[in-house]
Design a protein. Structure first.
Length: 472
């Protein structure tokens, strides 16, 4: 009776709101947060658990990019500004580029590596270069979040590696995505680069909608065990741009499927939208005061293989999956396709964006820099002690192996006529053939060098290392 008396003290609308919050509260396992908004107006088209706190993982790097590019736009730095890899940056967990302390890199190249490869070391390089330190940059990130109205967000690092105080929500991420579009239109290309080439390696963007889903034009993925698979994605059709946020999906495939399903409903018009009450503007969504769900046991408890990267390549279940209704694939009209069919297709052909160490270069100097980075990635041939000693006698002191500025060894300059890569062509490193780029992209590797294994063939050198699954 006492409970009933308390309930009757509140209006029916308040009672309904409380009951809805209890029903929608996400469980610690298999929780998801979904949000779809119009980029221009901020109008909410779909929302599920959109204001529950969440661990952002590598979508944190969107704020790192925003703060960095705002500093560039305000004249406090430039894209050509040279930054130095510190011991702190070099010690970050993968995914990372793996450069040695002292390596220099431009703001432009660091941003591209961070946003496409999700390089945690590059996020720290930018943070230290723009904010003086991780703590100093985190203050800038938090001040920016408050200015933008991201009331559920707090940052303690620039890359999203696990930290209790690193929190956001689907609502706040949609606000940030809108701010990037609105405030930095001249730099927005950074969030939809299909792939990058560093030396001979090509890394595809982990956002699998880019190059596959018609009109896809941003933003970023993320994964740590506690957060599940996160994605902020956008697409534009007929002048209408939508932003989809997916947090806590069970795999890289699942988050992309969820985003496609929401975007399709938004572009095609949700036929059941009249049954729902208007959801208002994204800034008007009421934050929920709760503890972020921790999905570690569900994502990384040993009952499933720990993914090799942010994009784990798992095929999501297609049960209950609907067709897209006249989706355009690679610019051509096709029969209605399921999201999983869109994602299974090869991405639209595109030339990887070249990234490199050192200062900004163009023309012949750029070709030489790219060729040097490629040579630094060639693993030394395994030889017996006698053969190795004999080979050393045949090499002039000036041509013996020398350390490179990015921490990898430069092979002796004496060519091996049996090796397919013995005569590197500089132009080949800048513009790769599509088939070789695709093969390189199938298994993106971190530049943090592990001990190279014995190559099966000289024409196919092994990657220097394998990225760990901690973040991306």
């Amino acid at each position: 009776m006492q409970t009933l008396r308390l309930l009757f003290r509140y209006s029916p609308l308040k009672i309904i709101a409380v009951a809805a919050a209890l029903v929608l509260a996400p469980r610690l396992a298999n929780a998801e947060a979904l949000l779809l908004v119009e980029a221009d107006s901020g109008k909410v088209l779909e929302a599920q658990n959109a204001t529950y706190p969440w661990y952002p993982a590598s979508v944190t790097k969107l704020m790192t990019a925003y703060v960095t590019l705002k500093a560039v736009k305000d004249g406090k730095a430039s894209l050509d500004t040279l930054l130095t890899v510190s011991p702190t940056a070099a010690s970050q967990s993968p995914s990372k580029m793996g450069y040695r302390p002292g390596t220099q890199i431009t703001v432009d190249n660091a941003l591209k590596m961070m946003l496409v490869k999700s390089a945690n070391d590059m996020a720290v390089v930018l943070a230290e270069g723009i904010g003086g330190s991780i703590d100093g940059f985190s203050i800038m990130m938090n001040e920016t979040a408050q200015r933008l109205g991201m009331t559920q967000t707090s940052y303690v690092n620039p890359n999203g590696l696990p930290a209790d105080g690193q929190i956001t929500s689907a609502r706040d991420l949609a606000i940030l995505a809108r701010a990037i579009i609105r405030d930095l239109p001249e730099y927005e290309y950074f969030v939809h680069i299909p792939s990058i080439r560093y030396g001979r390696r090509v890394v595809q963007n982990f956002n699998r909608l880019i190059g596959r889903y018609p009109g896809a034009d941003g933003f970023k993925t993320g994964f740590i065990c506690a957060s599940g698979y996160n994605l902020v994605a956008s697409a534009t059709r007929n002048g209408k741009r939508l932003i989809a946020v997916v947090l806590g999906a069970s795999s890289g495939q699942a988050r992309a499927v969820r985003a496609i399903q929401m975007l399709d409903r938004g572009f095609n018009g949700n036929q059941l939208s009249w049954l729902k009450a208007p959801l208002g503007n994204v800034e008007q969504l009421v934050p929920v005061d709760a503890t972020p769900p921790n999905l570690r046991d569900d994502m990384c408890n040993g009952r499933r293989h720990r993914p090799a990267s942010d994009d784990d390549g798992e095929e999501a279940s297609t049960e209950g999956e609907t067709t897209t209704g006249g989706t355009l694939l690679a610019g051509l009209q096709t029969p209605a396709l399921k999201p999983s069919e869109i994602l299974a297709a090869a991405p639209a052909p595109s030339e990887p964006v070249v990234v490199y160490t050192g200062p900004t270069r163009t023309g012949a100097a750029l070709i030489a820099a790219v060729a040097a980075d490629a040579d630094a990635q060639t693993p030394p041939k395994h030889r017996g002690k006698k053969a190795h000693a004999a080979a050393k006698k045949d090499v002039e002191p000036a041509t013996r192996t020398a350390a490179k500025s990015d921490g990898e060894a430069k092979p002796a300059t004496k060519p091996d006529p049996k090796a397919a890569d013995a005569k590197p062509a500089a132009a080949r490193h800048v513009a790769a053939k599509p088939d070789s780029a695709a093969k390189s992209a199938e298994k993106p590797a971190s530049d943090s060098a592990a001990k190279p294994g014995k190559p099966k063939a000289a024409a196919k050198p092994k990657a220097d290392g394998k990225p760990a699954p901690k973040n991306g």
